[in-house]
Design a protein around this ligand. Structure first.
Ligand code: FAQ
Length: 332
């Protein structure tokens, strides 16, 4: 892990330091307010550190579990080009998970601890990845809607107050933007294809629309972390603000595709750029978060068996590293 040299209290609190915690907190908040980046060895309130560990590790787990619904279609992609693009996309998601685990490690948690929490079922990952990809059109819908929602949420994180998280997000967002376009292109091909293909695209939109807008998290009145995370500039917009932006951008795209968003109440508000939308079924969201979505068990099972299958690789890598270390020590 990357935290061996990190003093858990931050350098302002090293023995002999005189600053009291109220003054440290005030200085920390002033730095955040001035849009300075907070770096791993800087002093930070413990709650800020814990909030970041929670959010970044959930984010990393989402990228890793998020490989599963799409990985499911690699062997069945309709053309070689589609297969190559999908492999690249799924591989990118794995990379995003790795950058994010590394960013979280700078806060004093190890990758092993985070993975243990995921496999034990005690860590959250995005609700969206507990839905199945039933047809090829779902791969289009995931790219268009899920990556589209992910970008909307993640572009502001490029300006997050915590340096390692903000920097990791820059590259992630560039790649997500390619993912969104590949999904839209699949939807466009299907929507303009045969009537059966058009219907496949519509069915996928019907199934993915509501779960995608739930991805932004509970409504602002229910979101327990938003207010503090906004003060700390971990979040720059509230869940509802981002959800509204996503709907405003996506509704005209559905129209361009000739597809109908499954919300009878969706309409452009007169004299405004905003769309009014129907009531979200939060009981479905809560059920998925409690582990009762359509694929929660399957997803965790897949991660657990991948972890077991990979044990010999981890052991071999550790044995090799040990051999190298011993060789270097002997030569020194
Ligand atoms: N699913 O008070 P808030 C991707 C939890 S990556 C599950 O509003 P916060 C790429 C929340 O954790 C997608 N749980 O919390 C890709 C908290 O629980 P806790 C992931 C959710 O943190 C594409 C509780 O509810 N993106 O898609 C969800 O301020 C395609 C209260 O909520 C990120 O992680 C949910 N949807 O705001 C990969 C982005 N929403 O911890 C493959 C970074 C909320 O108290 C294929 N994260 N919860 O037990 C964030 O921006 C924030 O953490 C939010 C939640 C906005 C997700």
């Amino acid at each position: 892990m990357y935290t061996q040299a990190l003093d858990s209290l931050g350098k302002d609190c090293l023995p002999g330091g005189s600053a009291d915690s109220a003054a440290l907190e005030a200085r920390f908040q002033a730095r955040v307010d001035a849009d300075e980046k907070i770096e791993p060895k800087d002093w930070m309130p413990d709650a800020y550190r814990q909030t970041l560990i929670r959010q970044i590790s959930q984010h990393a787990h989402s990228e890793i579990v998020g490989m599963l619904p799409e990985g499911n279609w690699i062997t069945r992609a309709p053309t070689l080009r589609r297969k190559a693009v999908l492999i690249a996309k799924v591989q990118d998601e794995g990379g995003h998970g790795m950058y994010l685990y590394s960013a979280a490690e700078t806060l004093g948690i190890s990758r092993e601890q985070m993975i243990e929490q995921l496999l034990a079922g005690t860590a959250k990952y995005s609700s969206i990845f507990n839905y199945p990809t039933l047809t090829w059109a779902d791969i289009g819908a995931v790219g268009w809607l899920v990556d589209g929602a992910a970008i909307m949420n993640q572009i502001p994180i490029c300006r997050c107050s915590y340096g390692p998280y903000a920097r990791a997000m820059v590259r992630i967002c560039k790649e997500e933007s390619f993912h969104q376009r590949q999904g839209f292109e699949i939807m466009l091909a299907l929507a303009r294809g045969t009537p059966e293909q058009h219907q496949m695209a519509q069915d996928a939109l019907n199934r993915w629309w509501w779960p995608s807008i739930m991805m932004f998290g509970p409504s602002d009145t229910e979101s327990k972390h938003t207010a503090q995370s906004m003060r700390w500039k971990i979040k720059r917009f509230t869940n509802d603000e981002l959800r509204q932006k996503f709907i405003d951008i996506t509704a005209p795209q559905a129209e361009f595709l000739g597809l109908r968003i499954p919300d009878a109440q969706l309409r452009k508000e007169e004299g405004s750029e905003h769309y009014h939308f129907g009531t979200i079924d939060w009981s479905e969201f809560q059920a998925v978060l409690k582990g009762n979505g359509p694929c929660n068990r399957e997803r965790l099972e897949a991660r657990r068996s991948a972890h077991d299958d990979g044990r010999w690789v981890r052991e071999a890598a550790a044995a090799h590293a040990e051999k190298q270390r011993a060789r270097t020590a002997k030569a020194a």
